[in-house]
Design a protein around this ligand. Structure first.
Ligand SMILES: NC(=O)c1ccc[n+]([C@@H]2O[C@H](COP(=O)([O-])OP(=O)(O)OC[C@H]3O[C@@H](n4cnc5c(N)ncnc54)[C@H](O)[C@@H]3O)[C@@H](O)[C@H]2O)c1
Length: 337
């Protein structure tokens, strides 16, 4: 016979299980066969908030799915080949897109535009057709342009919901915390830095002055740290020597952002993280997408926070960011127009 406390524990577990099981959250990864897609799919398989995982790629997704499906978490995993995109998207609540080509040494993210713009546009059109209410998390670069491409494609189809489209800039936030922790000999949990703006070189604006550990960094150390956060991706591209860009740290960052969104969609309050969304902050200057601290809620974007107080250096970084970001956004929009 079970003791009263054991019985209480069993009942509580049953309740947790039935409430989480009743929230069917199907997540799709488009580009699941790639360098980011594979580890991202693995990490999402281990997330208890994912009940079903749909893996799609123009090559290799069924193999990745068969492999990942053996991990002993409760979600179901299905892989879809190139001609089964619509099937992959049926009933999905969250779509993560790491499809497209990565950088080689010497390339900027904008150099990827010609290849990735049409990949992202076509995938967004399929989401708009099959799962118009889904939340779309864009990893494919150049994020500053691919997010406006997704938005404009959905707008054309009459299904754009600005609360549901996100550019994943989490890797910049992850790098900033890690690099600041390194130079202050701290735990990265204590060096979380809001990173705002966009996701490429000078459009990446770390707000070190808004963190306890960061505000004391000055002079050459400050300049070097900012440069490293803005161009940290180049370190990986160079070290991989032609074999691609960040995949493992990006998969981690993508899984972290997806988890934040899923927690918020499931009712958790106070989930706030930088992400590149349709934003009013600089819309009067023609820059209608921007990354700032965004509060996530049961319907995606709940509140877009303003930037807060900036130091003189950060004001300069912001001034360098805005014109570049504007160009990137306009290029994305023009592609779909
Ligand atoms: N947001 C960020 O912080 C960040 C960081 C790193 C990389 N990235 C970007 O992520 C993207 C993917 O990088 P990767 O290293 O995984 O590249 P990869 O080449 O290893 O993988 C890309 C995958 O996309 C697939 N693909 C191509 N066209 C497709 C389509 N139409 N539908 C479905 N799948 C398709 C390919 O078959 C491949 O498996 C690149 O654009 C890269 O620049 C973004």
């Amino acid at each position: 016979m079970l003791s009263r406390s054991a019985l209480r524990a069993v009942t509580a577990n049953a309740r947790t299980f039935s409430s989480s099981a009743s929230r069917q959250t199907k997540v799709a990864v488009l580009g699941a066969g790639g360098g980011i897609g594979q580890p991202l799919s693995l990490l999402l398989k281990t997330n208890p908030l994912v009940t079903s995982l749909s893996l799609y790629d123009i090559r290799g997704a069924p193999g990745v799915a068969a492999d990942v499906s053996h991990v002993d978490s409760h979600s179901e995993v299905t892989g879809y080949p190139a001609d089964k995109l619509d099937e992959a998207l049926e009933g999905v609540k969250v779509v993560v897109i790491p499809a497209g080509v990565p950088r080689k040494p010497g390339m900027t993210r904008d150099d990827l535009f010609n290849t990735n713009a049409s990949i992202v546009r076509d995938l967004a059109a399929a989401v708009g057709r099959v799962a118009p209410d889904a939340h779309i998390l864009v990893i494919s670069n150049p994020v500053n342009s691919t997010v406006p491409i997704v938005a404009a494609t959905l707008e054309k189809a009459g299904v754009f919901n600005p609360k549901h489209v996100f550019g994943v800039t989490t890797l910049d936030v992850v790098r900033a915390a890690r690099f600041l922790a390194g130079i202050t000999d701290s735990n990265p949990n204590d060096t979380i830095v809001p990173v705002v703006g966009g996701h490429s070189g000078p459009t990446i604006v770390p707000l070190l002055s808004q963190t306890d550990k960061g505000k004391s960094i000055v002079g050459e150390v400050y300049e070097k740290l900012i440069h490293r956060i803005q161009f940290g991706g180049d370190e990986v591209v160079k070290a991989k020597d032609g074999a691609g860009s960040a995949t493992l740290s990006m998969a981690y960052a993508g899984a972290k952002f997806t988890d934040a969104l899923l927690r918020a969609l499931n009712g958790e309050k106070g989930v706030v993280t930088p992400t590149f969304v349709k934003s009013p902050l600089f819309a009067d200057q023609g820059i209608d997408f921007f990354s700032s601290q965004v509060e996530l809620g049961v319907d995606g974007v709940e509140k877009i926070n303003t930037l807060g107080p900036l130091s003189a250096e950060e004001q300069k970084l912001l001034e360098a960011c805005l014109p570049e970001l504007k160009k990137n956004i306009e290029k994305g929009k023009a592609f779909v127009a």
